[in-house]
Design a protein around this ligand. Structure first.
Ligand code: HEC
Length: 173
């Protein structure tokens, strides 16, 4: 009886492996990416890139167990949800109001220690941010928010707009 149940479970486990979640991967470096759209301090950019981007961008760096269901389904559901709330790859598409709101939220989740999700810290030890690291992300977010509030165009990294004027051609008369 117990044996039958065990084999049954094994078969179910084998079968669900056939249903792999869709992966969130893209190698495209969009102009609207937060790091292209704004100038960001390196320390903050690297924290966002190596941690937050896993659930808040178009490209997740997956652990091996994404291939093992139902763990993979669980992780993918978090990625889908996270990306819906905030997508750093397309941050440059946000209106001024939305960008300000998202930056306020980032400050908020850092101060309340709500991000990254607990389960994620379990496999990415780097994600267990120190007080100092959370402070750095918070300050950056507030600072950028204030700059955008004052002058949203001026906040943008000029290189990302493709409007950098080429140097004048000097013609010799
Ligand atoms: C493992 C996936 C995951 C990682 C990693 C992650 N997030 Fe999230 N994030 C989510 C999910 C899922 C939500 C949606 C809200 C929820 O379910 O709690 C969310 C929501 C948010 C929100 C919106 C909060 C709100 O009030 O709606 C912000 C801001 C945010 N995350 C910032 C971050 C930052 C900053 C990092 C990196 C330090 C980060 N997240 C890392 C999954 C993640």
């Amino acid at each position: 009886m117990v044996k039958k149940f065990f084999y049954g479970l094994l078969v179910v486990f084998a079968l669900i492996q056939l249903f792999q979640p869709d992966r969130n991967t893209s190698s495209e470096n969009l102009r609207t990416d937060l790091g292209n759209h704004y100038k960001i301090p390196d320390t903050v950019e690297s924290l966002l890139n190596t941690i937050c981007y896993d659930c808040h961008s178009n490209n997740t760096d997956y652990p091996w167990f994404i291939n093992v269901q139902p763990v993979g389904w669980y992780m993918q559901s978090k990625v889908d949800r996270g990306k819906k709330h905030l997508n750093f790859s397309e941050f440059g598409n946000l209106t001024k109001e939305k960008a300000i709101r998202k930056l306020n939220e980032i400050d908020d989740v850092m101060k309340t220690n709500r991000m990254p999700l607990k389960a994620y810290k379990w496999y990415n030890p780097k994600a267990d941010l120190s007080e100092q690291q959370r402070q750095a992300i918070s300050s950056w977010a507030i600072n950028l928010r204030d700059i955008i509030q004052k002058d949203s165009l001026n906040a943008v990294n000029p290189d990302s707009l493709g409007t950098t004027v080429p140097p004048p051609v000097t013609s010799t008369p």
